[in-house]
Design a protein around this ligand. Structure first.
Ligand code: SF4
Ligand code: SF4
Length: 361
């Protein structure tokens, strides 16, 4: 039963006070509604605003699988056709174009124009298949990070290749909104294409791709920041300049809570000469979500207290000049949070910081 584990709840309120989307408010009542009666509009909305950040589940003193239960509830809603229009449009776009942005799949490789980026056809003997991901292939801001990653990979002599237009969607958010059927289709397609080109090792930028490839596909996958970190340690990448700025870091949920990677991004930032690294109040296991996971990258928060604005204000309290991120959804959400709140702060991906220190004098 969808709601059975909730019976051990002691009403301590930890989940509600942790939640960036307030999806745990009256969760027992919301989930009970799937058993006996039709959910009200309000109850229905609460389920979809969950970002699957996993904070409530990790903090619940009764060990109740809250995030998993919400995903199961979404599966039920999807089965019965009760899907909010923006989530439905995202799923249709992924079905049609293999990306959530409604852009033709034939534009997936446009970001490489003017760059030296090998493909599985031009470099069939690659060591790493670089799965670029939807956000880094289509989103204007995140495409800049893909370009800088390619330059860093070339500089350190990595033997890699991309799939170009043959790349699909990893399916992480499809699974987290509860569309299991589409997820299984995407997974099969991706496995077929990896096998077709003999990909043994995959490298990715997004923690969402990382999580799903590692934990649901069972693949040998590494993060671009891991590969770059090794290159710095081995002397294959050298810093030419420092960044004399105060920098703080926002933990992506799918890197931190889902995969226990907390130190690597911090070590990379600290490795850049002259950086003054400062921590926010809520970090690592207790980090507060940007609001973009679980399908919410295509949605808008109706509440005035938007999670991205809350997080940006929290970052500003450290007096940092730069808010570093390591996820394309965090980039989109937190840059939006900066614009919306009027906070003066730059949002930069760790890859951009490394690129500046490697290529700029
Ligand atoms: S954190 Fe767990 S025990 Fe506490 S209110 Fe939430 S579900 Fe109940
Ligand atoms: S997973 Fe995160 S967003 Fe979803 S209900 Fe739990 S705390 Fe809220």
């Amino acid at each position: 039963m969808i709601d059975s584990s909730l019976n051990s709840c002691i009403q301590c309120g930890t989940c509600v006070s942790s939640c960036c989307s307030k999806s745990t408010l009256n969760l027992r009542r919301i989930l009970a509604s799937f058993v006996g009666k039709k959910a009200s509009i309000w109850e229905f909305e609460q389920i979809w605003y969950c970002t699957t950040c996993h904070l409530c589940q990790d903090r619940c003193p009764r060990g109740i699988a809250l995030t998993d239960t919400i995903v199961r509830a979404r599966e039920k809603l999807i089965e019965s056709g009760n899907v909010p229009p923006d989530v439905r449009d995202m799923l249709i776009s992924i079905q049609k174009h293999r990306n959530p942005f409604g852009i033709s799949k034939f534009k997936r490789d446009e970001w490489v124009k003017g760059l030296d980026v090998p493909t599985v056809k031009s470099n069939p003997d690659f060591d790493y298949l670089w799965f670029v991901g939807c956000a880094h292939s289509f989103d204007t801001r995140n495409k800049q990070i893909a370009a800088k990653t390619a330059q860093l990979f070339n500089e350190m002599g990595l033997n890699y290749a991309i799939l170009g237009r043959e790349e699909g969607c990893c399916g992480n958010d499809v699974k987290m909104v509860g569309e299991e059927g589409l997820f299984e289709l995407l997974k099969q397609e991706n496995m077929d294409i990896f096998n077709k080109y003999g990909a043994k090792k995959i490298v990715v930028l997004s923690p969402h791709c990382y999580h799903i490839f590692k934990n649901e596909y069972g693949l040998d996958v590494r993060l671009a920041i891991e590969v770059i970190y090794d290159a710095i340690i081995n002397g294959e990448l050298r810093f030419k300049a420092g960044i004399e700025k105060k920098i703080t870091f926002h933990d992506p949920c799918y890197l931190g809570r889902y995969n226990n990677i907390y130190e690597l991004p911090r070590e990379l930032i600290r490795a850049i000469p002259l950086v003054d690294f400062v921590e926010m109040q809520r970090v690592k296991e207790r980090s507060f979500c940007c609001g973009g996971g679980g399908g919410n990258i295509v949605r808008d928060y109706l509440d005035a207290k938007r999670p991205n604005v809350i997080r940006v204000q929290e970052a500003k309290r450290t007096n940092a000049e730069i808010l570093a991120v390591a996820c394309p959804f965090c980039m989109t959400m937190l840059e939006d949070g900066v614009k919306t709140s009027g906070v003066e702060m730059e949002v930069k991906d760790i890859i951009e910081l490394i690129w500046e220190a490697v290529f700029q004098d």
